[in-house]
Design a protein around this ligand. Structure first.
Ligand SMILES: Cc1cc2nc3c(=O)[nH]c(=O)nc-3n(C[C@H](O)[C@H](O)[C@H](O)COP(=O)(O)O)c2cc1C
Ligand code: SF4
Length: 520
């Protein structure tokens, strides 16, 4: 009896939305009908979303990819020899040899799409838990030092040095400390947290465990965006497996160190991703921003010292511990060390996850990886860093994707989401949308954001309907309103909404001036 053929079909939410479940079922049923034995493994996505559902068949010549495939095509693909890696118009060849993937530098997402996310053995077979073993043999202060020396900065948006945050929590004297993972992932065009939790959940669990060991925490929470049910299921399975195998619990791998993690579903509001709102929500209250100081690192969850880190930040920790600070430092440019999983979305031909060392230019991302716009029209702008990120015009596409270079252009990298727009975009409407988003999502605690955002929407409407004379005065007023929101808001929601508005005003002024002109 021949051994079953292993076939990988992603269980990733993006792939499932494109029919991956139906494809997996069709392969199982079709193989059975043909007397072939298959082992269908539901992996995570590799991040080539334009090719999903992407099927990989394990052959002597490697993992042969086919994509995008539909369930309806499976009988014909099976007849053509899919299970033997045979030629077909959908055949892409050895997945490892696809340029789009081969040119990436996957450190955080090294196992994405490769492993079975439900199998702890697969995780360990692919280098998992080496970082934790290293950490368990070190003093907590030594672990913090490695993270500091690696140059790792938070990937949730603010890019704060992770080592400094951990050091602060490490230095607090408290009976109880917490690790709170921010998995709210509210930014438009971002999905790296989701992909990691669905495709390699043990990496996050391992990263949180190392963080706990470093700062002396015994409890961890993952604050998970409620719209991520697939990630919730993947995490639940992985947490159970980690407990069963002694990687979580009262005495982790016989070290005497105890730590466990619970998942809490988010409240469905953008502001709950802001760390202090997240803590309020975790404590069972309405997600509203806390006044700082005190910092969460000193007085965080339930008033105790708390590390709040993003999923990508924490999932990067194992590779830093396993390979060392210098290894990680060697990637990147300037003060942006390591790699960043960029998420390319919007009007683009080849959207997906591109993990590269910091420094790739927008041009390289949008054209080399993305292949330009999906509509085939000229690309006019990208928005980087979520709904509060600036719009960059094509003339600035030579900007490297790293924190300082973007800051110099009054832009930010945020969580690494890049959304592409073609030349049909109306940038005045995009500015209006940013203000409207802020008005809808404002927690209401401070006036510049709560009132300013609504006045801003009204102002843009007035500008677009106005005659040339009154428009000039309102454009000045809009700029002053941006000043007030930027300088007077309590948190980044109100404080950063001026970024998309001002960048649209600066680079795409014509869009504000061409409407409602009264013919002379
Ligand atoms: C309005 C707003 C929304 C935010 N949403 C998120 C989010 O969804 N996920 C996240 O990790 N960080 C988010 N942040 C950043 C967090 O406040 C915080 O900086 C981050 O979780 C810290 O983790 P890091 O140091 O690993 O980046 C948001 C910030 C603001 C102001
Ligand atoms: S800026 Fe907006 S979201 Fe932030 S505290 Fe003020 S009202 Fe709340």
């Amino acid at each position: 009896m021949s051994a079953p053929v292993t076939v990988y079909v992603p269980a990733d939410a993006g792939a499932v939305s494109l029919g991956a479940d139906r494809v997996a079922n069709a392969i199982s049923a079709g193989a059975r009908a043909r007397g072939r034995k298959v082992d269908v493994v539901r992996n995570g996505s590799r991040g080539l979303y334009w090719l999903e559902p992407l099927v990989e068949v394990v052959t002597a010549a490697g993992r042969i990819a086919y994509g995008p495939v539909s369930a309806g095509e499976i009988p014909q693909l099976l007849d053509a020899g899919l299970l033997d890696g045979a030629p077909h118009t959908r055949r892409l060849g050895d997945i490892e040899n696809l340029d789009w993937l081969k040119s990436q530098q996957r450190l955080t997402g090294v196992r994405l799409g490769i492993v079975n996310p439900a199998s702890i053995d697969d995780y360990i077979a692919h280098g998992g838990y080496v970082g934790l073993s290293t950490a368990l043999a070190m003093e907590p202060a030594g672990i913090v030092k490695v993270i500091t020396e690696s140059g790792l900065r938070g990937r949730g948006g603010a890019a704060f040095p992770t080592g400094i945050k951990w050091q602060t929590v490490h230095d607090q004297h408290a009976a109880q400390k917490y690790i709170a993972c921010n998995a709210d992932e509210g930014d438009s065009g971002t999905f790296s947290d989701r992909m990691l939790m669905e495709g390699d959940p043990f990496a996050l669990i391992e990263g949180m465990t190392i963080a706990a060991r470093a700062v002396g925490a015994s409890r961890g929470y993952i604050y998970l965006r409620v719209e991520y049910p697939h990630a919730a299921r993947a995490l639940a399975k992985a947490l159970t497996a980690a407990r069963e195998r002694g990687y979580l619990g009262a005495d982790i791998r016989g070290s005497g160190f105890g730590f466990d993690i619970s998942v809490r579903l988010g409240a469905g509001a953008y502001i709950c991703g802001e760390e202090t709102s997240m803590l309020e929500s975790l404590e069972g209250r309405r997600g509203e921003v806390r006044v700082r100081p005190p910092l969460p690192a000193i007085k965080g969850l339930f008033g105790q010292p708390t590390v709040v880190n993003n999923v990508v930040t924490l999932a990067t920790v194992p590779v830093v511990l396993a390979q060392g600070a210098q290894f990680y430092q060697d990637f990147g440019v300037g003060r942006s060390r390591g790699t960043i999983p960029l998420q390319l979305a919007g009007n683009v031909k080849r959207g997906g996850l591109i993990e590269r060392a910091f420094g790739l230019t927008v041009n390289q991302l949008v054209y080399d990886y993305g292949g330009g716009s999906a509509t085939g029209r000229p690309v006019r702008a990208v928005q980087i860093g979520g709904p509060l990120g600036a719009y960059l015009p094509e003339s600035q596409f030579d900007t490297p994707l790293e924190y300082e270079a973007l800051a110099a252009k009054n832009a930010l990298l945020g969580h690494g989401g890049v959304v592409v727009f073609d030349d049909s975009v109306d940038m005045a409407q995009m500015a209006r949308y940013a203000l409207e988003f802020c008005a809808v999502e404002s927690c209401g605690k401070c006036t510049p954001c709560r009132i300013g955002s609504t006045r801003g929407v009204e102002l843009v409407d007035r500008i677009l309907a106005a005659s040339n004379g009154s428009r000039a005065a309102d454009l000045v007023l809009l700029d002053e309103l941006c000043d007030t929101m930027f300088n007077g808001s309590l948190c980044g929601l109100g404080g950063m909404t001026p970024f998309p508005v001002r960048s649209a005003l600066k680079h795409f002024r014509n869009d504000f001036e061409r409407k409602g002109d009264i013919p002379s």
